[in-house]
Design a protein around this ligand. Structure first.
Ligand code: HEM
Length: 405
């Protein structure tokens, strides 16, 4: 195993002040040192950080690294995160073959063809939110008045969750993933969400033909024939709602900021609509919002590009470091929509690669294919320095985004 070249620093570490879009500068130092670097976690336990593109992809693609938090020695980010991860798992925290068995129950729902059929509805929701912005008048706050209403309405309609419960699940999902808080806060939020989805699934089980939505189809295809228990259906409904709205909302807000900070890229996109798909992938790469992802534990001795990780050792394969590796992306710290990266790791890699990526892409392409056409003079209503970024959240973003035009 590579030896640490200096005293093991504490992980997570902060981003540099003044560089809200860049990952912590220590990641560059670690990557340049070569191989994994030893860090210390909040509970004093050691762990390895992988920061190069090649290493991160190798770890994420290797099923000898487990994502199961119940494995002794699994690396934890904070006491609050530990509390939530000790609960009964969904497939995001399962290993093959159980992972694949459960994931396959959902894959047809997220096929590109099915998601493409949702595009007209997504665009109509976006247009109605633009109308509301115009009615309200400049300035508006984009996170709560546009991004979250859009993504949570899309996921609610898709799953069959009543629209009027949007604020409840938005708030509880937010609390559930806070990292630097009393563990009771995420634990209580999680219990409330499970209680809520338990009631919702019971209603769907009573009359699964009443609505044509994902959760009703899950009841008919998996719960009724006995392939999936009620409790597992409840936990997976929670997973899909959680994973499906705040991520994309944060990416919408940060993507908007990326264009406002880089007016040349905004002009380029407006003049070349063909760049849209690549631009969305570039904002995914550049921001890599799932900032603390990649916790794994070695189930046996594993060699990663010449570095030995011993059985029982914890690792983090850092997506946001990998996506800024100059060996994989020229001038990685530049937001360049013409790069159109098709190999970035923002949706992870390997068996746990994001199931919802066709939906996230459809939403992002619909937003960024129309936002600056509809509001060509859009600008930040406050200085960049006044914005509060979500440094301590599992998913990176900005708390509020006041915009004017
Ligand atoms: C910009 C938006 C999004 C980003 C950047 C993103 C990123 C990710 C990442 C990095 C993972 C891997 C997590 C891990 O290994 O621990 C993941 C998994 C997952 N995502 Fe997303 N995601 C986004 C949107 C969505 C949406 C809209 C859904 C829809 C429900 C979704 C559902 C899932 C699910 C179910 C998994 C677990 C996959 C598995 O373990 O097999 N995501 N996502």
């Amino acid at each position: 195993m590579a030896t640490a070249s200096f005293d093991a620093p504490q992980y997570p570490m902060a981003r540099a002040s003044g560089c809200p879009f860049d990952p912590p500068p220590a990641f560059t130092t670690f990557r340049e040192a070569g191989g994994p670097q030893k860090v210390t976690l909040f509970n004093g336990k050691p762990c390895w950080l992988f920061t190069s593109f090649a290493d991160v992809r190798a770890v994420l693609g290797d099923n000898r690294f487990s994502t199961m938090p119940s494995t002794p020695g699994f690396p934890m980010l904070s006491a609050a995160r530990d509390a939530v991860l000790q609960e009964a798992p969904t497939f995001i925290r399962m290993d093959p073959p159980e992972h694949g068995k459960l994931r396959r129950m959902f894959t047809k729902e997220f096929m590109v063809k099915r998601i493409d059929a949702m595009r007209p509805r997504i665009q109509a929701l976006i247009e109605s939110l633009y109308d509301a912005m115009e009615t309200k008048g400049s300035p508006v706050e984009m996170v709560n008045d546009f991004a979250l209403p859009l993504t949570s309405t899309v996921i609610s309609e898709f799953l069959g969750v009543p629209a009027e419960d949007r604020e409840f699940f938005q708030e509880q999902s937010r609390l559930k993933v806070l990292m630097d808080v009393d563990p009771e806060i995420p634990r209580v939020a999680s219990a409330k969400l499970i209680g809520y989805f338990d009631g919702l699934l019971k209603a769907k089980e009573r009359d699964p033909h009443a609505n044509d939505d994902l959760l009703s189809r899950l009841v008919l295809d998996q719960v009724e024939p006995g392939h999936l228990s009620h409790d597992d259906a409840v936990r997976h409904a929670d997973l899909l709602v959680m994973a499906g709205h705040e991520t994309t909302a944060n990416q919408i807000a940060l993507g908007t900021l990326n264009f406002l900070q880089n007016p040349d890229q905004k002009a380029l996109l407006l003049g070349n609509p063909d760049l849209l798909r690549g631009a969305v992938d570039e904002m995914l790469r550049y921001n890599s919002i799932v900032q603390f992802n990649g916790a794994r534990i070695a189930l046996e001795d594993v060699e990663v590009n010449g570095h030995l990780v011993r059985k029982g050792e914890g690792v983090f394969a850092l997506i946001n470091a990998a996506n800024r590796d100059p060996a994989a992306f020229a001038r990685p710290d530049v937001f360049d929509i013409e790069r159109a990266p098709d190999n970035h790791l923002a949706f992870s890699y390997g068996v746990h690669q994001c199931l919802g990526q066709p939906l996230a892409r459809a939403e992002l392409q619909s937003v960024f294919g129309s936002l600056f056409q509809r509001f060509p003079t859009l600008r930040l209503a406050v200085p960049l320095e006044a914005l509060e970024f979500k440094g301590g959240h599992f998913v990176y973003g900005v708390e509020t985004l006041p915009l004017a035009w």
